[in-house]
Design a protein around this ligand. Structure first.
Ligand code: ADP
Length: 274
């Protein structure tokens, strides 16, 4: 309606200009809608654990003469509080990767260190499910970027691989250098033998708060923000993240990032005066 009214008003300026204006309006409106949806989603996601905490605290007060019940309710309060904490932490991470220029603090980052850190982060969970993690090809590879953001991105991919896999399966992390027209890239592929992702869901999993199975995601402490963070980090570093998956057979998430070539590494090295 509004866009049409504007186009009618500026029609004498020529149809090309009108088209541009209408496209601009549509884009501005789309961005505004995305922002509104995000705020609505955040509110909803925060309300769930806060609501549960409020009910549970009432239950604790009503059960003061039953120590076992108090303990049970307190345990559930702890779970909800943990969920709230990780949601807030992921929101902070997301806003950081969206607002900070990753290339401001960029440096050559060793791929073997990033991979070791990501594995460490999930060691406990993988151990309890008897999932084996194996990494290969990482020696002597360096990517160019913001260490903390890169660690968060790879950590999220490995964490998901463990979360969405059954017990006694394998998670593999393979790195290699690939030639590309604009300079070599480092490819890090995280492969699992988990539940997989359907074609329909593949297009949406990188959206904020999108989950294939919200109940399962919540049960494993998921927030629905992890892949949005990964996608943003990849793009802002001049790279990309892609997914290959076959439902029921597993998934491979591939992160491609610019290599920290010799020239960049030298430029960054501390200067020694003669
Ligand atoms: P979450 O916190 O729910 O894991 P993510 O943004 O990391 O949020 O992932 C979004 C959704 O994509 C998940 O809820 C899950 O349904 C799906 N997903 C992500 N990684 C995998 C994987 N390795 N295997 C199967 N499904 C996955």
């Amino acid at each position: 309606g509004e866009a049409l009214a504007v186009s009618a008003r500026v029609a004498p300026l020529g149809s090309r200009l009108v088209l541009l204006l209408v496209e601009d309006l549509t884009e501005a409106r789309r961005i505004e809608a995305v922002r509104r949806d995000f705020v609505a989603n955040v509110s909803h996601e925060l309300k769930t654990p806060v609501g549960a905490l409020s009910l549970l605290s009432e239950a604790v007060m009503g059960a003061s003469d039953d120590p076992e019940a108090v303990e049970r309710f307190a345990g559930r309060m702890q779970i909800e509080a943990t969920r709230l904490t990780s949601l807030v932490q992921e929101l902070i991470d997301l806003s950081r990767v969206q607002n900070d220029d990753p290339l401001e603090g960029a440096e050559p980052v060793r791929v073997d260190e990033l991979v070791a850190e990501a594995i460490d982060r999930c060691r406990h969970q993988a151990g309890s499910k008897q999932i084996t993690m194996a990494a290969g090809g990482t020696a002597d590879l360096h990517v160019w970027g913001h260490r903390g953001q890169l660690a968060a991105a790879l950590g999220n991919l490995v964490e998901n691989a463990v979360n969405y896999s059954p017990a006694r399966t394998r998670v593999g992390i393979a790195a290699r250098r690939v030639n590309a027209p604009g300079g070599d890239l480092i490819e890090v592929a995280v492969t699992d033998q988990g539940i997989g992702i359907s074609d329909k869901d593949k297009e949406r999993i990188f959206e904020r708060f999108y989950r294939v199975d919200p109940a399962r995601s919540r049960a494993t402490g998921g927030t629905g923000l992890g892949l949005a963070i990964v996608k943003h980090v990849a793009a802002s570093h001049g790279g990309e993240v892609t997914v290959w998956s076959s439902a029921g057979q597993g998934s491979t998430f591939t992160l491609r990032l610019p290599e920290a070539g010799a020239a960049r590494a030298r430029a960054h090295a501390p200067q020694h005066s003669a």
